[in-house]
Design a protein around this ligand. Structure first.
Ligand SMILES: Nc1nc2c(ncn2[C@@H]2O[C@H](COP(=O)(O)OP(=O)(O)OP(=O)(O)O)[C@@H](O)[C@H]2O)c(=O)[nH]1
Ligand SMILES: [Mg+2]
Length: 371
C-alpha cells in the first residue's frame, strides 16, 4: 500500500457511503469507522509535528468563561462582538473582514465573560481552508459556542460538521464507557445497560479494530458506534452551543422565525439584529444562563460579608478554586473555611478546600497565622 493517509481515509469513507445501511452491514461499517478514526489520529499526529500545523492564534483566556462566535463569513459576528463588549472589531460588507481573533469582555451580572470574534468559517475549514484549522483550535478551548446564523442562510450543519471533524462535540457529554488495557484475555466487553444501538459483539470488534489486543471494556450507557469511537480516540472536547439568528431586521414574516426555532430544536435560539440593536439583552442573558455560573459572597474573618459584589465562579467550583481565583498565595496558607448558605449542612459549617459551593453561598477563608 503506497497510498497516502488522506487517500486511505477517502477510500474508507467512500466505502461507507456506498454500503447499504442495514442490520447485516452494521458490523462492517463499524469496523470501517474504527479504521478511519485510527488513520485520522495518525494524520493529526503528523500535522502537529509538522512545522506549519503548529500555527495557532495567540489568545489568552481571561474572565470567568470564554465564548466563541462561530459562523460563515459576513453573518455579523464582528458587529455582535461590538454590541456585547467594549471591543471594536472591524465590520465590512465583504467576506473575511476579520482575519484575526478579536477578544472582548462582556460584563454582566458581575461576571466577566470573554467573547472571541473569529474569522468566518467555511466548508472544509477543518482541512485547512481559510485558516480554518487555526480558527477551530481557538473554538476547541471555548466554554460556549455561539453559532451565528444569517436569518436567510441557516445551514448550521456545515458548521457543526467542521467542528466535529476536529473533535469538538456540541451539547453532548462524554459517553460512560471505560476502557482499560489488560495483559491477557483478549478484548472483553461488559455492559450494565440494555444496548439498543450497538451490541457487545460489535463493540468488541470496533475496539479490536482500533488496535486493542487485550482490554476490559465496561459500557454503562446505551451508546452508538460513533460515541464508542470518541471514547477510543480520547481527545474530544465537549462544549455547549446555542444559536443566534442575526439580521432579523430583514425578516418581516413571523412564521418564518417560528420555522427556524423548530429547525434548531435542541438548541437555545435567540433572534437578534446586531445592527439595529434588537434582542441584545436577551442574548446577554442567554449566554449567561448557558455558562452555568454561580455567585459566592466573601466574608472577611470577623467582618460582615460583602453582599453587594459577589465573586462569580463556575457551578461545581470548590473552596480551593475560589482561593486560586483570588490569589495564588492563598492556597498554601489556607487553614480552613466557614460557610453559610445552600451548600452548608448548617450555618457556619467548617469546610476544607474540596467543599463544593452553591449559588448564593457566603464564604469565609481563614488563613494560617502570618500567611
Ligand atoms: N441588515 C443587517 N445587516 C447587518 C446586521 N449585522 C451586521 N450586518 C452587516 O453585515 C455585514 C457583515 O458584518 P460583519 O460584522 O463584518 O460580519 P462578520 O461575520 O464579522 O464577517 P467576517 O469577519 O467577514 O467573517 C456588514 O455589512 C454589516 O453591516 C444586522 O443585524 N442586520
Ligand atoms: Mg468579522
Amino acid at each position: 500500500m503506497s497510498s497516502t493517509i488522506e487517500e486511505q481515509i477517502k477510500a474508507l469513507e467512500d466505502e461507507i457511503f456506498k454500503t447499504q445501511k442495514n442490520k447485516n452491514t452494521e458490523y462492517h461499517i463499524g469496523k470501517l469507522k474504527a479504521k478511519i478514526a485510527k488513520l485520522k489520529e495518525e494524520q493529526e499526529k503528523r500535522r502537529s509535528s509538522g512545522g506549519k500545523a503548529g500555527l495557532t492564534y495567540a489568545v489568552k483566556k481571561s474572565g470567568n468563561a470564554t465564548v466563541a462566535l462561530v459562523g460563515f463569513p459576513s453573518v455579523g459576528k464582528s458587529t455582535i462582538l461590538n454590541r456585547l463588549t467594549d471591543a471594536n472589531s472591524e465590520v465590512g460588507a465583504y467576506d473575511f473582514t476579520t482575519l484575526d481573533v478579536v477578544p472582548g469582555v462582556m460584563e454582566y451580572k458581575f461576571a466577566k465573560i470573554q467573547i472571541l470574534d473569529l474569522p468566518g468559517l467555511i466548508k472544509d475549514a477543518s482541512k485547512g481552508k481559510g485558516r480554518g484549522r487555526e480558527v477551530l483550535s481557538v473554538v476547541r478551548a471555548a466554554d460556549l459556542i455561539l453559532f451565528i446564523i444569517d436569518a436567510y442562510d441557516t445551514n448550521i450543519h456545515v458548521l457543526i460538521r467542521e467542528l466535529e471533524a476536529v473533535g469538538i462535540r456540541v451539547n453532548s457529554h462524554p459517553a460512560d464507557v471505560v476502557i482499560s488495557k489488560t495483559e491477557v484475555g483478549g478484548v472483553e466487553v461488559r455492559s450494565t445497560v440494555k444496548m439498543t444501538k450497538m451490541d457487545e459483539e460489535m463493540a468488541r470488534s470496533v475496539v479490536s479494530e482500533y488496535g486493542y489486543i487485550n482490554a476490559d471494556v465496561v459500557i454503562r450507557e446505551d451508546v452508538d458506534v460513533d460515541q464508542l469511537i470518541d471514547v477510543l480516540t480520547g481527545n474530544r472536547v465537549y462544549a455547549k452551543g446555542m444559536v443566534v439568528v442575526n439580521k432579523i431586521d430583514l425578516v418581516k414574516d413571523k412564521e418564518y422565525m417560528k420555522g427556524l426555532r423548530q429547525k434548531f430544536k435542541g438548541y437555545d435560539v435567540v433572534f437578534i439584529s446586531a445592527e439595529k440593536e434588537i434582542g441584545i439583552p436577551e442574548l446577554k442573558e442567554t449566554i449567561y444562563q448557558n455558562l452555568d455560573l454561580i455567585s459566592v459572597y466573601l466574608k472577611p474573618q470577623g467582618k460582615e460579608a460583602d453582599m453587594e459584589v459577589p465573586l462569580v465562579i463556575r457551578n461545581g467550583a470548590t473552596v480551593g478554586d475560589v482561593c486560586d481565583t483570588l490569589h495564588r498565595s492563598i492556597r498554601p496558607n489556607f487553614r480552613y473555611s466557614v460557610i453559610w448558605g445552600r451548600s452548608a449542612k448548617f450555618p457556619g459549617q467548617t469546610v476544607g478546600l474540596d467543599h463544593v459551593l452553591q449559588d448564593g453561598d457566603i464564604l469565609s477563608i481563614i488563613k494560617k497565622r502570618g500567611g
